[in-house]
Unconditional design. Sequence first.
Length: 193
Amino acid sequence: MTKPILRSGVLIVALLLTACLPPGVPASFQADVADPCANYDLPFPRPEPAYNAKRVRDLGPFVDALAGLTAERVAALDALLSDATILDMQQALAAGSLTSTELVTYYLDRIRRYDIDKLNAVMELNPQALAIAGQLDDERAAGNVRGNLHGIPVLLKDNIGTGDGMHNSAGAYALRNWQPDRDAFLVQQLRAA
């Protein structure tokens, strides 16, 4: 019984190892096609395919808030938050040296500086992020802190649905216009935390 399984496992490993071989590998190991690894020599980062579901990140709703974030404050927040844990952030929020709105604005600025046309890791921004942060600041000022994540911005992978009008394509072109009508269970738990 184990020999056929072993043989198929060896075959799969051999196929995986020869799927895209670097230049200089003997022809006897190459697949019977003209160029099995046409993409091997492409530069990094690789160009995005023309059929992707990525949306242009719209910073329009945040222009005023980003304009109000001074270079001095950004430097101070960089120093405060570069190695900060969630507990550190919560302590700064509780002490009043930081607000959730300012924290969201800071991370929007980081997305603008490091993600757009560079990392390209953020698919979409919630246009209501600052309003939600302001609401959480108001709750904190009234003495109502929901939990350890109260007022902490969270990025979600594009396959986790939120019911606040954001697209949920999971990176698939076929789902590029889908917007869930409710929060996934994980999102419900994060909002309550």
